[in-house]
Design a protein around this ligand. Structure first.
Ligand code: SF4
Ligand code: SF4
Ligand code: SF4
Ligand code: FES
Length: 978
């Protein structure tokens, strides 16, 4: 970057081109007031507190770029008086009452500006706006009388989250922030992501959990508070505001004793949002994402920001339970550990080591997954270890292993943001990976990024897309191969990239001969001109990323469909550069890490194959044991292996196996047949009902460790609070069981486990806890010197010759509807809930927004069946039936139905209907191939989505905050010369 020379109050500085005056001053520790500016939002220009004189003109420092030889005056009277005027104007909208304000925590931008400018007397009186505070949203409130109209919240909602709910109505006599077209918050399109609350510089938008909790005087009655404020105001004249600010600064300091702030990582989805959690004892005051949060910056979704009530739920397990005479009784930890270890030992002695199956949690830490696989391999000499990626992500991993060599995202979330074109296939990104969706929505809205969405449902991303494709269920492979063939036929493929970096082009091209536009149109139902338009759009850009999820993977050809995605990326040269690559969006917070750290039946940690002699020798030496080289049983085939008496015991950590496995009834019968079952969990789950011993585990906030997010990013979580009741972290429990069985492990804390994994796994070389301190993170593969990999395949693909492999595919039709089961039932996540919802249903505000599951039905089908929203229907498949309410919506069409995965009551869960059919290459159940019939029942209830659900709101898109409208108001007097 070329450097410029600049003078600030006569001192010379060198500055990179493109920096603003404010950035330059902050970088050089020149303390300049600024209220509306937030680095994550950029200049908003609404507060005027940052005025300086640059080359003789008064300008806003936050929005003025440095020019060469610029002369900036800051410490001069003219500048100070304008800054003071700006702050005085802000104080007409906000009554200073810092000591009794929940926002007085040292980071209130208004307080700090007043303090910095040594304001002694308020020039104008505070004026009430005349609007009532809005408490309607379950999680936060807006108080117009505290609002300084800085517009940060609007900027965040419009252009960072891009939910486009907020604006400031500058046309009102007293402007204020409004939701949609001025609705109560809870009746608007607000998705409760919390962006606006996170960035509000004052207390106008505030988490309800902070109210009356943060601060020593905030819980006083309103009357007492008013009296205190009046008393303070009375002192303003004799002692000045400065003295009052000093008192509030002392109170703010004291809050450090009261409020603990701990960095942690979200325990829901694979985006891996990190944040600081503010707590008072076990009370969670707020979740504050930070600018330096590597995956998310200031972003969160409703779950990460507000969905933590499960942590203190009364339903949590408190003590270990042992089944005696058909009843569970509480017991001590030492008895429970002995009982668990003996149970496994007895089964192994009676039926052999291979009769035991281990399931690691994809919600637990890497260190815990590592210990689970070590327990299986070192102590029981088997590879019967798996995690829930088998239910969702294994086909994506298979597709990538076949073609490029690493089973992980090719780049970072920033690459997706930077890309010219994002192609989303079978993924409801705005709901399942909301923070990644915000980056795409922003790039699409502001940077001209193109967006193609292929999905059965017209979800939010489909609504925003430049091209929306709706293929027949299970035909993605045909669509993708036809696009690929068309690109090569047109000679639009990247010949140089293919010649230099890809094997098998000629044979692969030949294999595409049947994927003509005609065939594709016939099979997918997508008109050929749409397929051509898609190919043309791909051809028109330099860089493309493809994102996919369970809408692709949970099919009987899930691995092949994932492979077809990677083939298309290879043909177009879209690997190995920023803004390119394959992004299988990982579901659970640590489903990537559980596989990375070896909870897989054919790989040791770090994807080292069990059939590699050198690998086996290395681990045998390190663990001082004999390892099995026989591929283990995975957690889907384990069900049939229970039925054929090969598996007699299971140790399941943190997985609701009884509800998330395919065909719940069958799974439950199998669990009943086990001779011994250990379940380690946070709640007494459905699975726990079948256990012989139930071990109460701590939640992520109660332990240390690391997670790997979807972009291969390893992040540390710190202990926010002590373990609940007698719960314990999984790694401690697993270690105790291993030691009871004679393992002799001696891990003092999770960093010891990471050190061992790092020593044994080439892709984790160089990973250690000090390199992961605070918000630091590392993306594997790592080098010993600590260098990580933001994106993969820059120089070589992960095969011995460094070249990628085009993989030949054939189309296998999915399980089709028939006369008896004429409808297709799709399923997936909802924004508000995570998976089956066993944690999110514990948050009353979330439950208020989405109380239960339901089935979405198209207008046409609803008419045919005479069904209205709220009617109860019975959905029947070959494998079971459920009774749920219907929601008539245009999100689905034709004979396609959709059910969210979340269910408040177990008997309504989607897996009461799903089958045990599987993708032969990954063993992943084809949850999405589900022919059903629907029967209208007599019962009727209210619509399953209440009117307070944001899906009924009406967004008001605009760019930024429309600051020009403020400047045009007659009551605005300019302070700058522009
Ligand atoms: S969607 Fe709601 S919570 Fe999120 S930024 Fe917009 S107004 Fe705030
Ligand atoms: S509510 Fe919005 S406009 Fe008002 S002070 Fe907070 S961030 Fe600024
Ligand atoms: S659920 Fe996912 S997107 Fe939402 S806060 Fe957590 S990690 Fe972020
Ligand atoms: S910080 Fe520059 S105008 Fe507000």
């Amino acid at each position: 970057m070329p450097e410029l020379r600049v003078f600030i109050d006569k001192n010379e500085y060198n500055v990179e081109k493109g920096k603003t005056i404010l950035e330059t001053m902050m970088e050089n520790n020149i303390d300049i007031p600024h209220v509306c500016f937030n680095p994550a939002l950029g200049p908003i220009e609404s507060c005027d507190t940052c005025i300086v004189k640059a080359n003789g003109k008064f300008v806003r420092a936050c929005s003025t770029e440095i020019e060469d030889n610029m002369n900036i005056c800051y410490e001069i009277e003219d500048v100070k008086s304008r800054q003071l005027e700006a702050v005085n104007r802000l104080l007409t909208r906000h009554n200073l009452h810092c000591t009794v304000c929940e926002n007085n925590n040292g980071d209130c931008a208004l307080h700090n500006a007043v303090d910095k400018l040594n304001l002694e007397r308020q020039k104008y009186p505070f004026e009430k706006k005349g609007y009532e505070p809005d408490y309607s949203n379950p999680f936060y409130r807006y108080d117009p009388d505290e609002c300084i109209l800085c517009g940060r919240c609007v900027e965040a909602c419009q252009d960072v989250e891009v939910n486009e709910t907020l604006s400031i109505d500058w046309s009102l006599e007293k402007p204020r922030v409004i939701w949609d077209d001025n609705k109560p918050i809870n009746e608007s399109s607000c998705v409760s992501c919390g962006h606006c609350v996170t960035v509000c510089p004052v207390n106008a938008l505030m988490e309800k959990s902070m109210l009356e909790e943060a601060g020593y005087f905030t819980s006083l009655t309103k009357k007492a508070k008013d009296n205190l404020v009046d008393f303070g105001k009375g002192l303003e004249k004799p002692i000045g505001i400065g003295m009052i600010m000093k008192i509030s600064n002392i109170e703010a300091q004291m809050r450090n004793e009261q409020i603990k702030k701990t960095k942690t990582v979200c325990t829901y989805c694979g985006v891996g949002c990190s944040f600081t959690m503010w707590t008072k004892g076990r009370k969670i005051l707020k979740v504050q994402p930070e600018i330096e949060s590597p995956a998310n910056g200031i972003s969160t979704c409703i779950k990460g920001k507000f969905g933590w009530d499960f942590v203190n739920s009364k339903e949590r397990l408190k003590k270990p339970l042992i089944r005696k005479n058909g009843k569970f009784i509480e017991t001590s930890w030492s008895d429970a550990i002995r009982f668990a270890a003996n149970g496994l030992k007895k089964v192994s002695e009676k039926y052999g080591n291979e009769s035991i199956m281990f399931i690691a949690s994809s919600k637990g830490t890497n260190e815990e997954a590592y210990l689970m696989q070590k327990l299986a391999r070192q102590i029981f000499h088997n590879n019967n270890i798996d995690n829930s990626s088998r239910f969702c992500q294994a086909p994506a991993t298979t597709g990538l292993w076949r073609t490029v060599g690493y089973g992980g995202d090719a780049g970072s979330i920033m690459d997706i943001y930077k890309s010219d074109l994002v192609f989303i296939i079978g993924a409801n990104t705005a709901e399942s990976h909301p923070v990644i969706a915000t980056r795409i929505k922003r790039a699409h809205k502001l940077n001209g990024q193109k967006l193609i969405v292929s999905d059965l449902r017209k979800n939010e991303m489909a609504e925003r897309a430049d091209i929306y494709l709706h293929p027949a269920p299970g035909t993605d492979i045909v669509l993708l191969s036809a696009i690929t063939k068309y690109i090569i036929d047109k000679k639009w493929h990247d010949k140089k990239f293919i010649d230099e970096r890809v094997n098998n082009f000629d044979d692969y091209y030949k294999s595409l001969s049947s994927f003509t536009l005609e065939n594709a149109e016939k099979i997918t139902g997508i008109p050929r001109n749409q397929i051509i338009k898609t190919a043309e759009m791909i051809h028109s850009v330099k860089n493309m990323c493809i994102l996919w999820a369970m809408g692709v993977t949970q099919h009987s050809a899930g691995s092949d469909e994932s492979t077809a995605i990677s083939n298309l990326l290879l043909i177009t040269g879209n690997y190995g550069r920023p803004g390119t690559g394959a992004y299988p969006l990982r579901g659970h917070n640590n489903v990537q890490g559980a596989s990375d750290f070896g909870a897989m039946p054919t790989y040791l940690p770090g994807y080292q194959p069990i059939n590699d002699k050198n690998v086996i020798q290395k681990f045998e030496k390190a663990w001082n044991t004999k390892l099995s080289v026989k591929p283990g049983i995975d957690n889907v085939s384990c069900i049939e292996n229970i039925d054929n008496d090969k598996i007699k015991a299971m140790y399941i950590v943190g997985q609701e196996f009884a509800s998330t496995g395919p065909d719940s009834e069958m799974v439950r019968k199998s669990l009943e047949n086990l001779e011994f079952l250990i379940v380690e969990d946070v709640f007494f789950s459905e699975t726990a009902k079948f256990a012989d011993v139930v071990l109460p585990a701590s939640v992520s906030l109660e332990k240390e460790g690391t997670f790997v997010n979807t972009e291969r990013r390893i992040q540390r979580l710190y202990r926010v609070m002590e373990p609940y009741a007698e719960t314990r972290p999984d790694w401690e429990i697993i270690q105790d069981i291993a030691n009871e069985l004679g393992a002799g492990w001696n891990y003092k804390n999770p960093s010891d486990i990471m050190d061992e994994a790092s020593e044994l796994c080439p892709i984790f070389k160089g990973v250690n806890y000090s390199r992961l301190e605070g918000f630091k993170s590392l993306q594997w593969p790592m080098k010993e010197n600590g260098e990580d990999s933001e994106y993969l395949y820059e120089d070589r693909f992960n095969f011995p010759d460094g070249k990628a492999r085009l993989y030949i595919l054939k189309y296998r039709p999915p399980l089709m509807e028939d006369e008896e089961y004429p409808l297709h039932l799709n399923n997936g996540r909802m924004l508000e809930h995570f998976h089956e919802g066993n944690e999110t249903f514990k948050t009353p505000g979330i439950r208020e927004k989405v109380p239960d599951t339901f089935v979405e039905i198209s207008n046409d089908l609803a008419k045919d069946y005479g069904i209205e929203s709220g009617d109860y229907v019975k959905i029947v498949s070959k494998w079971g039936s459920v009774k749920v309410r219907a929601l008539v919506t245009d999100r689905v069409s034709g004979n396609e139905l959709y059910m969210p995965m979340n269910a408040a009551y177990d008997e309504e869960g989607i897996n009461m209907l799903t089958s045990y059919n599987r993708d032969p290459d990954s063993d992943t159940p084809s949850y999405k191939e589900l022919p059903v019939k629907i029967i209208k029942l007599k019962d009727k209830g209210p619509s399953p989505l209440p009117k307070t659900n944001p899906r009924f709101g009406k967004r008001v898109p605009q760019k930024g905050i429309n600051i020009e409208m403020k400047w045009k108001r007659t009551d605005y007097v300019k302070l700058t010369d522009d």
